[in-house]
Design a protein around this ligand. Structure first.
Ligand code: SAH
Ligand code: SF4
Ligand code: F3S
Length: 463
């Protein structure tokens, strides 16, 4: 007799790398557990956490608190916390949440079956060891109809930006073997996959320390040559390590999408230096100009921090000025949040919260204006859209992305899911575009090639 598998529910916070890690957890536990979308059915409830700002950490703690009734109702439920807060807090989380069974850090993922077994036998388990050598990620199998995926190509970070907790919670930078990455992406493309996003905290330094060193652009070239793969993206790039070789790849590789996320953090040299970023505003703007030269029409997005310790009004104005000069299509902006173990948390000249809030509002108003302009430039043009699913706000519409990463909503026939469609852009909105499907234009309809796949009711995020 075959016993039904137990049910696994995963709640994920944080960056794309965490989303990819949650997929890995589900895969590693796949022999014992099936994923469920209903938390109340779970036999194993994992929270994959983020520690980047204090708010991210608070969200995890409040979710943990709110799970007490579920645990009371289902005493056999195993509750585990993984990811960056788990790595940072370790044992302390067990004291904070007496109903918690398991805490595992960045590398504990690989030992999950054993850790979960121990927790099931009643042990309160903590595994936050940070050893360096780990097996490569297991090869994945792709479920039918999967046309987009993320592939982690490196882990950890050695940059130690003075504000950032990542090097402490993710450990030292290690690159995966290129052969394993190419095989994984080739298998995805052979199974009908169209779009891959390569992930790492600093993909531009990919390959350092490998037995046979390989640069990131060399890896991109190998992936670009794979048959079937139509869109290649990556995140995140550190501006200091953005080489001319990578800049040129944008003009040359057919599958490499014309979009780059290049976090600048600040436009003031004094602040960039205190952040330990390793570039100046002039270097950054030179790289932006080179990118636009190599790939006219490239869309740039960025991350910005306001209220870093010691940031004056004049420094802040330099950031606004750089935003205008670079002409970002999109920006993710944050109030500086002091993090444990980081150098900037000890700087004496912390900026008051009200000043941070006021600067953030001004910065976001400027970015809204820049985004509106970037969107307006697209109106009237016909573009390629990868149709990702139904629009969240109006389910009768499809939602997809341009190669330049903007979100487009449009009406079209049912079979469009997972296809590359041509869409004429008709309206610009603050966070998305509206378009008109160009009839008969869809190609590579991967989802439709597989009978029995139904449209995901979407998750086209407009983050
Ligand atoms: N590896 C990426 C960034 C990862 S964290 C890079 O080097 O750019 C994502 C973003 O969170 C960062 O770009 C930064 O803008 C923001 N961030 C990181 N630490 C922060 C902190 N202590 N306070 C506020 N924002 C922070
Ligand atoms: Fe953090 Fe800097 Fe590493 Fe990015 S490069 S993860 S900001 S330390
Ligand atoms: Fe957060 Fe960890 Fe990613 S701190 S941003 S989940 S690497």
């Amino acid at each position: 007799m075959v016993w039904p598998k137990r049910k696994l529910y995963i709640r994920t916070f944080g960056c794309q790398m965490n989303v990819a890690d949650s997929e890995l957890m589900a895969q590693i536990l796949g022999e014992q557990y099936d994923l469920t979308a209903r938390a109340e059915d779970a036999d194993l409830f994992l929270i994959n956490t983020c520690a980047i700002r204090r708010k991210s950490e608070e969200k995890v703690k409040s979710l943990l608190g709110s799970l007490k009734p579920l645990k009371r109702a289902r005493p056999q439920l195993i509750l585990g916390v993984g990811g960056c807060v788990a790595q940072q807090e370790g044992e302390r989380l067990l004291a904070f949440a007496p109903h918690l069974n398991l805490v595992f850090g960045a590398k504990g993922i690989y030992r999950l079956p054993e850790l979960v077994d121990r927790a099931a036998r009643g042990e309160r388990v903590v595994d936050v060891a940070m050893e360096r050598d780990l097996p490569d990620l297991p090869h994945r199998t792709w479920s039918p109809g999967t046309f987009q995926t993320m592939v982690t190509i490196m882990r950890g970070c050695d940059n130690f930006c003075s504000f950032c907790v990542v090097p402490y919670v993710r450990g030292r930078e290690t690159s995966r073997e290129p052969g394993a990455i190419v095989d994984e992406v080739a298998a995805f493309a052979a199974a009908g996959g169209l779009e891959v996003t390569l992930l790492g905290q600093n993909v531009n330094s990919y390959g350092r320390g490998l037995p046979e060193p390989m640069t990131f652009p060399q890896l991109l070239r190998r992936l670009d040559a794979l048959p079937g793969l139509r869109r290649l993206r990556f995140a995140t790039s550190h501006p200091r390590d953005l080489s001319p070789e990578l800049v040129n790849a944008f003009g040359e590789l057919g599958s490499l999408c014309e979009h780059l996320h290049l976090p600048v953090q600040s436009g003031a040299n004094r602040i960039l230096q205190r952040m330990n970023r390793g570039y100046t505003r002039e270097h950054y703007l030179e790289k932006v100009a080179a990118l636009k030269g190599a790939c006219p029409g490239i869309a740039l997005s960025t991350d910005l921090i306001v209220g870093f310790p010691g940031e004056t009004e004049a420094d802040f104005l330099q950031t606004l000025d750089l935003m205008r000069e670079a002409g970002f299509d999109q920006a993710f902006s944050f109030k500086y949040s002091p993090r444990p173990q980081t150098r900037a948390a000890t700087f004496p000249d912390q900026v008051p919260e009200d000043v941070k809030a006021e600067r953030l509002a001004r910065l976001q108003a400027l970015q809204d204006e820049l985004t509106r302009k970037a969107h307006a430039r697209l109106v009237g043009r016909e573009q390629e859209v990868l149709v990702e699913g139904r629009s969240k706000r109006s389910p009768q519409e499809w939602c997809g992305r341009l190669r330049t990463n903007q979100v487009v909503n449009f009406i079209g026939p049912r079979e469009l899911l997972g296809s590359l469609a041509r869409v004429a852009i008709t309206e610009a909105h603050p966070h998305s575009l509206k378009g008109r499907w160009v009839e008969g234009s869809s190609t590579c309809n991967r989802a439709a090639e597989r009978p029995g796949t139904s449209p995901r009711e979407v998750s086209c995020s407009e983050r």
